[in-house]
Design a protein around this ligand. Structure first.
Ligand code: ATP
Length: 231
């Protein structure tokens, strides 16, 4: 892309004790694009998301979001996020939570829009802790997109979602991207990466193993499969 990146990791390293989770990772997120991070369990995908959001501090390199350090109030008002551990209070009602999160954004979607977008019909008066796992994921997604974020980070967003909820989420992501937002997606589903990605980065042991358009990555994966079958 020729546009300036909206967010980037530059030469980023991160260790947890003796474990080197990321080792010199460069990653740029552009407006109007979904960038998918693929890789095996433990490859460093969630760590990259945590660094981008300023939830983790890098040991090396730097992180810039909208040209600033991550997690300043100004940056947070333009970000939406769906993490693997949501940390949402179980006793709060869905409607209360949505009101709280919407209030943190300058131009949020209406409650009715959020309900329609995430499939929350009939859930606003329910306590979060009393919902099914898939219903909780829908709520998390509504909270992630209710502020019309310019940067949306989705860490394995559709794990445990049924087909209807998965397709709703994909549609909402496409709408945000068409509007010029940048999206970082981690997923274990190649099908999901294919459905959404403009660019794909494959992580292996904390480093970039491959990067490119989805077609190039798909071709590489296919070649590897053919080699496995024929060898
Ligand atoms: P998954 O697909 O399983 O979610 P991932 O690609 O998101 O994996 P990370 O969660 O970023 O991978 O983990 C990268 C490496 O860092 C792994 O070896 C993991 O065990 C280690 N790690 C992650 N978080 C911590 C932590 N809080 N303390 C110690 N080690 C950690």
């Amino acid at each position: 892309s020729t546009s300036a990146p909206l967010a980037q990791l530059a030469g980023v390293g991160k260790r947890y004790g003796a474990t080197r989770a990321l080792d010199g990772l460069d990653l740029a997120l552009h407006p109007g694009q979904v960038t998918s991070l693929l890789g095996a369990n433990g490859a460093g995908k969630s760590t990259a998301v945590g660094l981008l959001l300023g939830l983790l501090v890098p040991d090396a390199g730097h992180v810039r979001v909208f040209g600033e350090a991550p997690r300043t109030p100004a940056v947070r008002r333009r970000c939406g996020v769906m993490l693997q551990s949501a940390g949402i209070p179980e006793r709060l009602c869905v409607g209360e939570m949505l009101a709280l999160v919407r209030a943190g954004y300058p131009a949020p979607r209406s409650v009715a829009d959020c309900v329609a977008l995430a499939g929350l019909d009939g859930l606003l008066d329910r306590r979060y802790g009393a919902l099914s796992g898939g219903q909780q994921r829908r709520v998390q997604f509504a909270l992630a997109v209710c502020g019309r974020p310019r940067l949306l980070c989705l860490d394995e967003p559709t794990t445990g979602l049924d087909l209807d909820a998965r397709q709703r989420l994909w549609a909402a992501v496409r709408e945000l991207v068409a509007d010029g937002s940048a999206v970082l997606l981690t997923t274990h589903y190649l099908e999901e990466a294919e459905a959404l990605s403009d660019r794909v980065a494959v992580l292996a042991e904390g480093r970039l193993a491959a990067e490119g358009g989805i077609d190039a990555i798909r071709a590489r994966v296919a070649v590897r499969r053919i080699r496995c079958v024929s060898s």
